[in-house]
Design a protein around this ligand. Structure first.
Ligand SMILES: Nc1nc2c(ncn2[C@@H]2O[C@H](COP(=O)(O)OP(=O)(O)OP(=O)(O)O)[C@@H](O)[C@H]2O)c(=O)[nH]1
Ligand SMILES: [Mg+2]
Length: 436
């Protein structure tokens, strides 16, 4: 997801590392590259143009923050503008009836089951029902999925028209006291009047708290056009982008908010029930910039690691007050959490590099091996590592002295960066370029 964009952006921002001053020329060059990267990622033309315009205005106009290098300064502005572009603050789904709409096969039914599962886990009471009488077995599909996630499925006699099902489902959900009713609708291959009329009448009858547009991220700009028509007809309140695990270039994710004016609430990242992530603009902006996504990582960790341990570790890291032992623990924690490919992108600095997952796994192992070969004192205070110890560590870990140096240098950089950013407004999360 978004790897290509991440790579391109990291490349052009990386070039700034040796720049001493943000002149107009430097800014223009960088922004030209960023604009191209956005367009290549299939971001809407106007959205990309407006984005670049705001970044330029700030990069050239803003008071220089003395404690930041030009590279960090631009990264910071791009980060903040990206967060804004992606929708700013995330809001949870409003309680009530949530209508899911979208074209055929985009993932409406699957997404309803995934959302029901998430809400259930958070302790909300959720019912689901389907008005999709067009496709044989569509209703059964939702019933089965509901059973799988333990959500109440509201069934009605066969032969009822969609509008009638919708009305009865709302009544029943209300009288049974459910906090959420997730309502499935039929899809079509293309937008047609009949579908729009059906959705319009359902919407009027059920007065939903949310109307969620489900889009297949692989469809890129086409999905944006469709969203526009849906929005004009039935007024959407949010979107879910599915199939972000595929080779979608990500442009849709960056365009929806600005082009249509609705926030993305979730992204689907696989076919399984758990493959749904709440969409946090700031975290996605961090991932896009190759800064990782420590928050999501920590949340994932909580599912597998005792909470106090994860909390303790993340507090230390965020404060820029961590040693190599903490870093090692973090890596081990990550290792115990499951498939590397999904997790690696969340580690600051590594996201940009995960084109070839095999290489990264080796880097990962190398990093661990180097830290493992140090003594506990050395991990606590790496400054005591002298040349002869470096040689021993390299030998013990099957690496070279320059590998050891790289690990130490990156560690120092990470710490420095975290400390610099600590307490800065608009930068809730650490960013540290970690590469070995
Ligand atoms: N890889 C991947 N597949 C997904 C994702 N979400 C849904 N799918 C798959 O997409 C296919 C269509 O999903 P459905 O949920 O049936 O789509 P729908 O919009 O309800 O389709 P209709 O009811 O026919 O309009 C299924 O094979 C799902 O498993 C996702 O995030 N990633
Ligand atoms: Mg369906």
């Amino acid at each position: 997801m978004l790897e290509l964009l991440t790579q391109k952006l990291s490349q052009s921002l990386g070039k700034l590392r040796n720049t001493r001053k943000l002149t107009e020329k430097v800014v223009n060059n960088t922004l030209r590259e960023i604009r191209l990267a956005l367009l290549e990622a299939d971001v809407d033309y106007q959205v990309a143009k407006d984005f670049i315009k705001s970044v330029r205005a700030r990069a050239l106009g803003e008071e220089v923050r003395k404690n930041l290098s030009p590279a960090d300064q631009i990264t910071m502005i791009v980060y903040e503008e990206l967060t804004e572009l992606l929708g700013g603050e995330r809001e949870d789904l409003k309680k009530g009836t949530v209508l899911f709409v979208g074209l055929q096969g985009t993932g409406k039914t699957t997404t309803i089951a995934k959302v029901a599962n998430l809400l259930n886990k958070k302790g909300s009471s959720v019912a689901v029902s389907s008005t999709d009488v067009r496709r044989p077995a569509a209703i059964l599909q939702l019933e089965r999925l509901a059973g799988q996630v333990g959500a109440e499925f509201l069934a009605f006699e066969e032969g009822l028209p969609p509008l009638e099902i919708a009305k009865r489902a709302v009544e029943r959900a209300r009288s049974s006291g459910f906090e959420y009713l997730l309502l499935d609708t039929a899809g079509r291959l293309h937008i047609d009047e009949e579908l729009m009329d059906e959705l319009r009448s359902i919407k009027e009858a059920v007065n939903p708290s949310e109307v969620i547009y489900v889009a297949d991220a692989m469809q890129g700009q086409t999905a944006l056009e469709v969203a526009r028509t849906f929005h004009e007809t039935i007024n959407l309140s949010g979107a879910v982008l599915t199939k972000m695990d595929g080779d979608a270039r990500g442009g849709l994710a960056l365009s929806v908010r600005s082009a249509i004016g609705i926030p993305i609430k979730f992204i689907g990242v696989g076919e399984k029930i758990e493959d749904l992530e709440p969409f946090y603009p700031d975290r996605i902006a961090q991932r896009i910039l190759g800064l990782g996504d420590l928050q999501s990582l920590v949340e994932k960790a909580r599912e597998t690691i005792p909470e106090d341990k994860a909390q303790h570790l993340s507090t230390k890291v965020m404060a820029g007050d961590f040693d190599l032992e903490d870093l090692r623990e973090m890596i081990l924690m990550i290792h115990s959490m499951g498939p590397l490919d999904k997790l690696l992108g969340m580690i600051p600095g590594i996201g940009a590099q995960i084109k070839n997952i095999k290489v990264d796994e080796e880097q990962f192992k190398k990093l661990l091996a180097v830290i493992n070969s140090m003594t506990p004192e050395e991990r606590k205070n790496p400054r005591i590592i002298n040349m002869s110890r470096k040689k021993r560590i390299a030998k013990g870990s099957g690496t070279t002295v320059s590998d050891v140096n790289r690990v130490l240098k990156r560690y120092e950089e990470m710490k420095k960066m975290m400390r610099k950013l600590k307490g800065m407004s608009g930068m809730p999360m650490p960013k540290f370029p970690f590469r070995i």
